[in-house]
Design a protein around this ligand. Structure first.
Ligand code: SF4
Length: 182
């Protein structure tokens, strides 16, 4: 008979490179397509470029400075988290406190909400643009970004990232995704 431990998902101290590539590839594609959609929808580079820069800064500067330094992957030797940001965080941030890690989901402007906003803002921006400045290209980009969002929430988080994460017992997102005890 299989023990409960055997039936639970393996926790990775180092994610496979394929997971890191899927995670970052879909993230960067989401931001890029979102930025292009805003540029097309409003026929102006300003807001699209602003969105792209802010979303990249949020993901690749704010997260490693404020969240990753409190994560178990920051301090585990030779570890590689699904985003790879533990490596970057070690270079730019001082070690934080494991107890502060759940704080990523506390407060209106917490890291989790900013991260969610960076994913959802381009969709919200494209809806009125589709009505006012409809084009097939804009519609295809909108659908692609919707697909990337669904892929993140239904495949990446529950099956690739959070399921195998060593931080999942301390991470509010793992709880929200229902993977803590899987
Ligand atoms: S459980 Fe998911 S959201 Fe939380 S640190 Fe791990 S991969 Fe990131």
């Amino acid at each position: 008979m299989q023990s409960e431990k055997d039936t639970k998902a393996e926790l990775y101290s180092r994610y496979p490179l394929s997971s890191v590539l899927i995670y970052n590839g879909s993230t960067i594609l989401h931001f890029l397509l979102g930025g292009i959609g805003i540029v097309l929808g409003y026929r102006s580079y300003t807001f699209g470029v602003l969105y792209l820069v802010l979303s990249l800064v949020e993901m690749y500067v704010v997260m490693p400075l404020t969240v990753c330094s409190n994560c178990v992957y920051y301090r585990a030797k030779d570890s590689l988290c699904v985003s790879g940001l533990n490596i970057l965080s070690k270079k730019i941030a001082k070690e934080g406190n494991l107890k502060d890690f759940p704080g990523r989901a506390e407060g209106l402007f917490c890291a989790n909400n900013l991260y969610l906003a960076s994913l959802i803002v381009p969709l919200l921006a494209m809806i009125p643009a589709l009505i006012v400045n409809f084009s097939v290209a804009l519609l295809l980009i909108f659908l692609a970004v919707v697909g990337l969002l669904l892929f993140r929430f239904f495949i990446i988080f529950p099956m690739i990232a959070c399921l195998h994460c060593s931080a999942k017992y301390n991470c509010p997102q793992a709880e929200a995704m229902g993977v803590r005890n899987r």
